[in-house]
Design a protein around this ligand. Structure first.
Ligand SMILES: Nc1nc2c(ncn2[C@@H]2O[C@H](COP(=O)(O)OP(=O)(O)OP(=O)(O)O)[C@@H](O)[C@H]2O)c(=O)[nH]1
Ligand SMILES: [Mg+2]
Length: 201
């Protein structure tokens, strides 16, 4: 799929103030600093569309972008940011969970995981919650440029093994890098294919 147009639309703090669910939607979630905003910029080919930062906790709202006037891309705040107070973390968790459960047009949630690190409890628990909640999701591993190709394959295999302990069927998994464009076509082809199953609500 070619991206002809990518526009920032709106930032919301509540699912109820998000745009009408009239287009297929894809949201990016994952731990703070995993590379959600960077991956949005990479797949759209617009370096400054979503705000990125080397300091975790940059994205704090639900940010909608509209692509080719046809589908929504959503940048979400990260979870697991230790420097936030407990009350703040709970507030955000509620905002994110209400968003995920409250968007009938969200066809796939992309869960981003840093390919360099061992499976983390916080991500595994989140995956379990997605399963229980019946949310369609895919895993996009990020920062693949930071490892050698055999290490990427090794870590991917470890992740599959870990998930197989709890799941009979594994989700779609993609390897990406915002710095080298690895995975760009795979993500866009996946979205193009998924867009076709959208039934307007
Ligand atoms: N080498 C490399 N660095 C990356 C990649 N993706 C993101 N980064 C860097 O990781 C840092 C965090 O990137 P963001 O895109 O802001 O991460 P985020 O998940 O949106 O973070 P929050 O909004 O704070 O939750 C930045 O310094 C990026 O340049 C990647 O694929 N490769
Ligand atoms: Mg961000």
């Amino acid at each position: 799929m070619k991206i002809n147009d990518a526009k920032y639309l709106i930032s919301s703090t509540d699912v109820n103030s998000c745009p009408a669910p009239d287009k297929p939607e894809y949201a990016f979630i994952g731990r703070s600093n995993v590379g959600k905003s960077s991956l949005i910029n990479m797949i759209t080919g617009r370096k400054k569309l979503a705000k990125i930062s080397s300091t975790p906790g940059k994205t704090i709202t639900i940010n909608h972008f509209v692509i080719n006037d046809q589908w929504y891309l959503v940048d979400l705040p990260g979870y697991g940011f230790a420097k936030r107070s407990k009350t703040e973390r709970l507030k955000w968790q509620k905002m994110i969970r209400n968003y995920i459960l409250g968007r009938p047009n969200m066809l796939t949630l992309f869960l981003l995981i840093d390919i360099r690190i061992e499976p983390q409890q916080i991500d595994l628990e989140f995956i379990d919650w997605l399963g229980i909640s019946n949310i369609p999701f895919a895993i996009a591993f990020t920062k693949a440029d930071k490892l050698k190709i055999n290490q990427v394959a090794n870590n991917l295999n470890n992740y599959k093994k870990k998930l197989s302990e709890n799941w009979d069927e594994l989700p779609t998994m993609m390897i990406t890098s915002a710095s080298t464009d690895i995975g760009k076509d795979e993500v866009l082809n996946f979205i193009e294919k998924t867009n076709k199953v959208f039934l307007p609500v």
